[in-house]
Structure formats: C-alpha cells, structure tokens
Design a protein around this ligand. Structure first.
Ligand code: HEC
Length: 436
C-alpha cells in the first residue's frame, strides 16, 4: 500500500514538475533540460557505478546511456526515497567516510532529467570512463589469507551467508594498522566482514559454516567491514589494534541472490603496524541478551547504557541486529548535560551490515554516557519478518534476534610508548637503546 501511495505521489510530482505547459513555451529547452552525458553520467559514476557495472553486485549496469535509460523511472523512485545508494545512517551527507548518499542537488538533477524525458545529450559531454582498481588498497599486505579453495555459490533467489575460517593463527601478540578485503567475485559478494576468532570456536572440516550462523553470538569480534564502495582504512600513526596471540581470522560473507552458480575466493590482507604505538583501539559494547519480542509487536525497544571512563576519540560505529531489526540509535549525554545523537540508523537493514566510519572523529569527554537503543518490528508490516506469530528471543539464527552496538575509540590520554616492528612489540629496553 505504502509503495502505491508513493508512486501516486511521484506521478503527481511528475505532472507538476515535468510538464510545465503553463509556463511559456518560449523557455529555452536546452537550458532547462539536463542531459545524461553532461549532468547525470558524472553522478552515476560517482555514486552508483561501484555496484551498477558489469561484474558489480547490483542486478544491472548503469554505466552507459543505453544501460541506464530503461531504468530511468526506477532510478527516480529509488533515489527520491533514498533507497539507493544503500546507506542506512542519517546525519549530514559527508559525516561518514565512504558515504555514498546523494545530495539534495543530485536528487533534484536526476528528477529533472527523468521528468524531462531522460535525454542523452551530446556524447562529447560524457565524462572519462571510470577505471576500477582491483588490487590491494595500500600495496602488498604483510599477511594475506584466503579460504583453501574457491567456494561455489549455488544459484538461488535467497541471500546466502557463509563464514570462512582462515588457516592462520597469530603466533604472538600482533599490532595491526589496517585490513583490506579483496572480493574474489564482485558479482557475488554483497558484503564481507572480517572477524577475530577465539580458540574456543573450532574450525569445521570443510573450513566454513554455510547458512544460519552468527559468529559474534559465539564470541568472535568484528575487525573490519567491506561493502562495495568502502575503501580500507589505515589507522593514524601511533594507533594500532593489538591482536592477542592465539586468535585466528575469519570472514563472514553475504552472497547476493543469483540466477546462476558462481564461485568466489575472497582474500583478506593485513597490514602490520610499524614504529611507535601510543594507542590501542578500544571498543565500547552496548549489548543485550535478554531479548524477548512479543509476537506481532511492531515497536519493541531494547536499550543498553555505558559510560566512557576516559576522554575518548571516537572513530567507528557498528550495529548488529537480525531480521526484526528496525532502527538503531546511539545517544551521547555529555557531562555538561548536552545530548547528541552520535549514530542514527533510522531504517536498519540486515542485508547491509556496515561499519560507519566518521570522517571527523568525535572527541568525547570522560564521563559521557552512551545509550544504545535498538527497536524491532516483529509485525507483519516488516517485509523481512519470517514469522510474526513467533515470540523472538536472543540467538544465533537470523530468525532469532540480537542486539549489539559497538563504538571503536581511542583514549585521549593513553600513551603506550611501544616500539613495534612488523607488528611485534620490541622489548622496551631494546627500543630505548635504539633511540639513543
Ligand atoms: C553498494 C552497492 C550499490 C550502490 C552504490 C547502488 N546500488 Fe542500486 N542496487 C544495488 C543492489 C545490490 C540492488 C538489488 C536490490 C537490493 O539488494 O537492494 C540495487 C537495486 C537498484 C535498483 C532497482 C533495480 C530493480 O531490479 O528494480 C535501482 C533502480 C538502483 N539500484 C539504482 C541505483 C542508483 C541510481 C544508484 C546511485 C545513485 C545506486 N543504485 C547505487 C546496489 C547498489
């Protein structure tokens, strides 16, 4: 129903904006009509092509005029409702790194172009084709891991999740500065999240678990997230992540629905830290396990509370719920009483799990409290809901629920003063001698 209402609204706006016949016919058509070549191709290149190109994860390419033209109406609908490009946090465009959202101007341009008949314009106005880098983001990583053999994704109209265990155990505490993910098959990999796997989780003989398995429910810690358009980050100098000895790496991959069988062998590259390390990235957890969502309940709320026990520099957020997840909010209350919504995910979508990386880190004073608030929709209005008649409790299956919030931050005052070489801390004495 909602969709129909929207379409009606859109077609009204098409009449209102698209056929300005009451305006003077003398208005210069060239000036007012936008063209694909000059005005739209640059927007699609910047915001859509990453996924909508041959070999990309989206169902169709939007690279050339011939590719895009048949989709004009659908493009208009998806950008006006902000369903495309997919991004689920709100706040000003540009707050997050890798934020693909369109600006109001870009949406206005697409609207005008579609309503003006979606003309091609002059081929000479087309921007240079975009070239896609398929290599590692920061040169050859110090450590590269991948599944023992390519994985076959059977043709299916369903989303598929597979957790791969990599055959590498950190032999010592290791400081890392960055993680990069190289999908083996961009057509198949919808998103891929690298996790740290504790020894208590055994690797099955096949090397992976396909299907309904939530690694974090078993005790893994998510280390980094990849989705199309997300570039890998190297932590600022002096900051690292210490990986305790004995942990392994694993990756959860979400494969997109597909008509044909595909294979994938995604690799993960790790960049070790080198030089002086002052700070270890810390995590503030906002989790609840006492989940019990009544059948049919459309707006069930769960909250957790935490306090920063140090002056903090906040860099990334991550939230995790399952199919009933509806929205998520992280609200900061500063010691002076000021309240700020640090992360808002108004329309949570299980199929687009991401890390939200701030472009400008937030500086948060000690004593700031955080409310982590998840809401859930267990009614039939939630199109992802497999069974609105069921009471839903915490569990690993996507048909169960989870409530996780993560804030990745550094302590402003921490100074570990550790010299690290190729990821390993060099003994303090030795480093003191070296610097003399
Ligand atoms: C991060 C990847 C990604 C980006 C960026 C992206 N899309 Fe999509 N798009 C998808 C996927 C995947 C689908 C298939 C449906 C789904 O999973 O939501 C889709 C579906 C669509 C559809 C609906 C196709 C259908 O079958 O009805 C349209 C239209 C669309 N996208 C337009 C755009 C436009 C326009 C942009 C840029 C302004 C864009 N998309 C950016 C991944 C992306």
């Amino acid at each position: 129903m909602k969709k129909i209402g929207l379409l009606v609204a859109l077609s009204f706006s098409i009449f209102a904006i698209g056929s300005p016949h009451w305006l003077s016919a003398r208005v210069n058509a060239d000036k007012s009509s936008l063209t694909f070549a000059r005005d739209i191709a640059p927007i699609l290149q910047k915001r859509c092509e990453e996924c909508h190109r041959s070999g990309g994860v989206a169902p169709m390419s939007l690279v050339t005029y011939e590719d895009a033209r048949p989709w004009a109406r659908s493009i208009l609908e998806k950008v006006v409702t902000r369903e495309m490009p997919p991004f689920h946090a709100s706040g000003t465009v540009g707050r997050y790194r890798n934020d693909p959202r369109l600006t109001d101007r870009e949406i206005a341009a697409i609207t005008k172009w579609v309503n003006g008949g979606a003309p091609k314009g002059n081929t000479k106005d087309l921007p240079q084709p975009r070239v896609w880098n398929t290599g590692w983001s920061h040169g050859e990583p110090d450590l590269v891991v991948k599944p023992a053999k390519p994985y076959v994704i059977k043709a299916s109209q369903k989303d598929q999740y597979v957790f791969f265990f990599f055959d590498y155990t950190f032999p010592e505490d290791t400081w890392i500065a960055g993680v990069d993910t190289r999908p083996g098959n961009l057509k198949a990999v919808h998103h891929a999240n690298t996790h740290l796997v504790p020894p208590m989780i055994k690797t099955p003989a096949e090397g992976y678990i396909a299907g309904d398995f939530d690694p974090t429910a078993r005790g893994t810690i998510m280390l980094s997230g990849w989705a199309p358009g997300v570039d890998s980050v190297i932590l600022p100098e002096g900051t690292g992540v210490r990986i305790p000895k004995g942990l392994r790496l694993g990756i959860q991959i979400h494969y997109a629905p597909s008509d044909v069988e595909r294979t994938d062998q995604t690799s993960v590259g790790i960049y070790f830290a080198d030089g002086l390390i002052k700070k270890n990235i810390r995590i503030l957890f906002g989790d609840r396990k006492d989940v019990e969502i009544p059948a049919g309940e459309a707006n069930y709320r769960l909250a957790a509370k935490q306090t920063f026990d140090t002056d903090a520099v906040v860099r990334f957020f991550h939230v995790h719920m399952h199919l009933r997840g509806r929205s998520y909010l992280m609200r900061f209350t500063y010691p002076d009483g000021r309240v700020e919504n640090a992360l808002e995910v108004p329309r949570y979508d299980f199929n687009w799990q991401r890390v939200y990386m701030l472009n400008e880190p937030m500086r948060v004073p000690k004593g700031t409290t955080v409310e982590f608030i998840g809401t859930y929709d267990n009614s039939s209005a939630n199109k992802f809901n497999p069974d609105p008649a069921k009471i839903v409790r915490w569990g690993e299956k996507t048909t169960d629920e989870m409530m996780q919030g993560r804030i990745f931050y550094e302590s402003e005052n921490e100074n570990l003063n550790l010299t690290v070489k190729h990821g390993r801390a060099v003994a303090a004495v030795e480093s003191a001698e070296k610097t003399k």
